[in-house]
Ligand binder design. Structure first.
Ligand code: PLP
Length: 483
């Protein structure tokens, strides 16, 4: 291995990334010139027989591959939820790849297990989560702890899987000869119609029924609607086992009522209460958002994506569970090659989900937390809230538009006061131009356009510029509509 070469190319790569980020605004935000299949004709058909030069490879990347890249951190990218690329997290990723330690057990890389546990404790404290989510090293009475998952979908799947195992064990009692699958038809989980599609996917993968609960007029799932559904299922002889509430729904950043849902979950002790805070959960960094945290004391598991709302590079889903034994009991497999002398005193991270191997992902958080400090991270969350409000104010000045959500964080759902088909055309034209990039959603039965102010340096001038672009497209389209 020639690390002197890496020293040179590594520095060139950092320069390339910095130039990319610095000059991104010169590019169109979306890859509007490419069509499916654009890349294969431009690249070799096979792995090259002989090594090629770094300059040539990077040159081809810039010329052939970059034109197909969507620029998620472009100043005119307001789609989905954001994807962080704060450089401390990129440095953490780089270090993780360079060290290349794999941390499935404490013994396979002690520092990896320990740093991940400590970073999850740091973040739990910064978000003011209940003490029971802390690891033993921060709270000696705790049975809880956390791990980093690849995605919120993975976390939701893993938690549902553990809950399913717990529910089946209870139903089975002493009938150990009965196969677990016999109980699947009676298991039911619950989530709002506004919950992310990963909940439906997790239910499909776990072979259990999903009961969809209609939220209230603010698109918040409430306890009474949940309880009615649970009671109906119990009367049918079914077994409710898992509830998912959301903090910051994907379509419109609505918040479910954790207190009411938690009280219901407590009433039916076999229910596992999971909270999906993929986007909104990160906002508890600032005390003024913690009004949505009430009820967290009832929760069995929780996950947030710092890559969605804390500037951190993907992948980085922080997942906490109240009782790690529910995971180790559900998933533990223990071949000789994974055993080690401390495996009864430390929780190996491999028990938290499907993967065995894991990278040193906590390094991203380690650099983020220390290089921003809590104050820096809070400043970012507050800027996102302010920019969301700023865009909301701008939309309200133009009577051709309406806003369809309660603007709480960086997402504003807006639409022209015209039928859905016109709004669809409106969005299609904006996105096709490459001047701005936005995505749609359905909110209260209407097609809306989602505007997400999310970037690290988002500011009023950037939002004003985007609004001007949106208005220009509206002028053109509305002008074409016959009265
Ligand atoms: N939950 C919510 C509320 C989301 O908005 C999303 C994705 O946008 C997810 C879960 C899934 O996240 P991931 O892409 O990390 O699986």
């Amino acid at each position: 291995k020639n690390y002197e070469e890496f020293r040179i190319h590594g520095k060139q790569m950092v320069d390339y990334i910095c130039d990319y980020v610095k000059n991104m605004d010169q590019k169109t935000v979306a890859p509007i010139t490419v069509e499916p299949g654009f890349l294969a004709p431009q690249l070799a058909k096979e792995v090259p027989e002989l090594p090629e030069s770094f300059q040539e490879i990077l040159g081809d990347f810039e010329k052939k591959i970059m034109p197909g890249v969507m620029h998620w951190n472009h100043p005119n990218f307001f789609a989905y939820f954001g994807a962080g690329n704060a450089y401390p997290s990129v440095l953490g990723d780089m270090l993780s790849s360079g060290i290349a330690a794999i941390g499935f057990s404490w013994a396979s890389c002690p520092a990896l297990t320990e740093l991940e546990t400590i970073m999850l404790d740091w973040y739990a404290k910064a978000l003011d989560l209940p003490d029971f989510f802390l690891s033993k090293s921060s709270n000696s009475k705790s049975l809880g702890g956390g791990s980093i998952q690849s995605s919120a979908s993975d976390a939701i799947f893993a938690c549902m899987c553990s809950a399913r195992a717990r529910a089946i064990k209870k139903l089975k009692g002493d009938n150990l000869e009965i196969h677990d699958s016999v109980y699947l038809p009676q298991l039911v989980c619950y989530a709002s119609s506004e919950a992310h599609s990963s909940v439906e996917k997790a239910a499909k993968m776990n072979l259990v029924k999903l009961r969809v609960i209609e939220p209230d007029s603010h698109d918040s799932m409430r306890g009474d609607a949940l309880e009615r559904a649970i009671e109906r299922d119990i009367a049918r002889g079914l077994t409710p086992f898992f509830v998912v509430a959301t903090l910051g729904t994907t379509s419109q950043v609505a918040f479910d009522n954790l207190v009411e849902i938690g009280v219901v979950c407590k009433k039916y002790p076999s229910l596992w209460f999971h909270v999906d805070g993929a986007y909104g959960g990160n906002s508890f960094l600032v005390p003024e958002m913690r009004r949505f945290k009430a009820g967290m004391e009832y929760v069995d598991s929780f996950e947030v994506n710092p890559n969605k709302l804390m500037m951190t590079a993907f992948d980085c889903t922080c997942m906490w569970v109240k009782n790690v034994l529910t995971f180790t009991e559900a998933f533990a497999v223990d071949p000789l090659y994974l055993q080690h002398q401390h495996d009864t005193s430390v929780v190996d991270l491999r028990h938290f989900g499907t993967p065995l191997s894991r990278r040193f992902r906590s390094l991203k958080l380690y650099f983020m937390f220390r290089m921003y400090g809590l104050k820096g991270l809070q400043g970012y969350i507050r800027r996102v809230i302010t920019m969301g409000k700023h865009f909301e104010k701008l939309v309200k000045t133009d009577e051709r538009f309406e806003i369809r959500n309660d603007v709480i964080l960086g997402l504003v759902c807006f639409r022209l006061l015209h039928p859905d088909a016109i709004n669809q055309e409106f969005l299609a034209r904006m996105n096709a131009s490459g001047k701005i990039h936005l995505t749609p959603a359905k909110v209260k039965g209407k097609y809306v356009i989602r505007f997400v102010a999310n970037q690290e340096n988002c500011n009023e001038a950037q939002i004003d510029g985007a609004w001007k672009t949106i208005q220009q497209f509206a002028d053109e389209l509305v002008g074409e509509i016959k009265p």
